[in-house]
Write a protein that binds this ligand. Sequence first.
Ligand code: GRG
Length: 294
Amino acid sequence: MIFQEKFKKWQELINSKLKTYLPDPQHQPTQLHLAMNHSMNAGGKRLRPILAIAAHELFPSDTDPVPVGIALECIHTYSLIHDDLPAMDDSDLRRGQPTCHKKFDEATAILAGDAFQPLAFEVLSTAYGDIPEVVVDLVAMLASTAGSLNLVGGQMQDLICEGSIPTEEMLQYIHSKKTAAMIRTSLQMGFRLGMKGDNKEMISLIGEVGESIGLAFQAVDDLLDVSSTTSELGKDAHRDNESGKVTWVSLKGEEEARQLAYEHTKNAEKLLSSVGGDSTFLVQLINYMLKRSF
Ligand code: GRG
């Protein structure tokens, strides 16, 4: 199957499975559940779930990787809802739709984001309840990635640095925590499902692959922010400059940011060759992420 068809097939499967996990807006409080459905179904690319699925394909098992993808997308969507809030990025548009607080209100958006966090862990513990050692690992991986040493910490540091010029090391720290951590854990969680027993070395190696993919992804995101329009991106374009956010593009220029994205992608490919297994789809996916236009 050609890459695009396979990517679309997984996107559609994730979207249809998401419907079975999202709370029905008929349940009280309707407004909260409508808000969760609005943000989740607004049209995300589902890259993190598909990365998890691609990592599972390296050494596939009979265990379904889709619930791992759903859990990742719950944490990712919560982080986008909260990032868009007036106290953070104050954005009007996300995934081509009004942001959660614009469509509903601020309190509803905060609570919708909050509700996605336990939902992620509920999905993992119910879907893989018959393999408790796997649930324990998946929960530990996702919880640590979502926490103050990764996603939340990266976001905090990003806010602290707004309006100042961070060092290259600081910028790399922010991107590693805010963006790459979720991509790293997507690969590790998908890979974990196919692993026989505990193999810390392989998990760490696949984590390095994810770190490189994540840093490439952020550099591409920064390039798209300056070169694309709001309607192409489905979110407010030129936001980094307006909010005084320093990126690789503003720090080093577009050419260097493009080169950085390329080098991180090639490094990920190189590391992947030491992991082994069937990396065809994952290699195609990371090159698609490098060339993406939205
Ligand atoms: C609020 C705890 C907390 C964290 C927020 C996700 C995030 C951290 C900030 C969003 C702003 C941003 C540009 C982050 C870096 C790149 C990124 C995560 C982009 C969005 O991911 P995509 O392009 O989005 O995969 P879709 O909508 O396709 O899922």
